[in-house]
Design a protein around this ligand. Structure first.
Ligand code: G3P
Ligand code: CA
Length: 271
């Protein structure tokens, strides 16, 4: 049975508790805070560029309005993305809750996946966890473009899945299958947010290498990690900010925890 001794810390949308999510500033801070990995969401612009935006629209996170898929890269690049207020920074227990109140350098611009890959290329110890959003709408274009871009960066053919600089993820089993078709050597995570998959018998019918249950699923069914481990599958869990959740993940042997506060979570794990 394989179990992680200590979960690796993955910065969810960057150090998004302290800086505006999906900005260069948020990812640079995550690397500075010693995150083992960076998580990002990718979408396609109208003119076919991969950009790091979580929501379908830019309404919440920028000064603009509209769906990413209907806007061009040039249009999206003119917006200010510093308005996505970090979620955890409002938390009275967060020692850094005042951080991020004033946007800093790197907090405003649109983040393209290329810029994020440049950052990762310069930080050899950091892995990138890329989640494709709404893959069905584009008939597989997002997955094809993602793997083609990784190929350009020399990151599409790792010597082994364990050594891969990039992990590809989706809530869509179809997207995971497509990702696998484009590269059999890159590791994949099937993300889960429903209770049903917890009846999982250990096989991975969707051909993913790992599963990524939300922390709410592990709270409801802590044996999940052991069942996965018995079949040789590591577990990735999101979004783990609460100290009780961090402790639960450590106790269960979760391999990767995605957190909005890499420094805070690391501090809890090293206690
Ligand atoms: O890391 C997986 C997690 O990010 C999935 O949820 O909504 O934050 O993309 P969401
Ligand atoms: Ca995500």
């Amino acid at each position: 049975m394989i179990r992680a001794v200590q979960p690796a810390v993955v910065a969810h949308r960057g150090a998004s508790a302290h800086r505006a999510e999906h900005t260069v500033g948020a990812y640079a801070l995550a690397i500075e805070q010693g995150a083992d990995g960076l998580e990002c969401d990718v979408r396609l612009t109208r003119d076919g560029h991969l950009v790091c935006v979580h929501d379908r629209t830019v309404d919440r996170t920028s000064t603009g309005r509209g769906a990413v898929s209907t806007l061009t890269l040039a249009h999206l690049s003119q917006l200010d993305y510093s308005r996505a207020r970090p979620a955890l920074s409002e938390h009275p227990g967060d020692p850094m809750r005042h951080a991020g109140a004033t946007p800093e350098r790197g907090d405003r611009g649109l983040l393209t996946l290329e810029s994020l890959l440049d950052l990762v290329a310069d930080s050899p110890r950091t892995r990138l966890f890329v989640e494709t959003k709404h893959p069905v709408r584009y008939g597989g274009l997002v997955e094809a473009k993602l793997v083609a871009l990784l190929r350009r960066y020399g990151m599409a053919n790792p010597r082994s899945k364990e050594e891969s600089r990039v992990v590809m993820m989706s809530f869509s089993a179809m997207a995971v299958r497509r990702l696998r078709r484009h590269s059999a050597t890159l590791p994949t995570v099937l993300l889960l947010d429903q209770l049903n998959p917890l009846r999982w018998d250990g096989t991975l019918p969707e051909a993913a290498d790992y599963t990524g249950p939300g922390i709410h699923l592990l709270r409801a069914d802590p044996d999940y990690v052991d069942r996965a481990a018995a079949f040789g599958h590591l577990t990735y869990t999101w979004t783990v900010d609460d100290p009780t959740d961090v402790e639960l993940c450590r106790r269960l042997g979760v391999a990767w925890v995605a957190t909005n506060s890499p420094a805070g979570t690391r501090e809890l794990l090293t206690r």
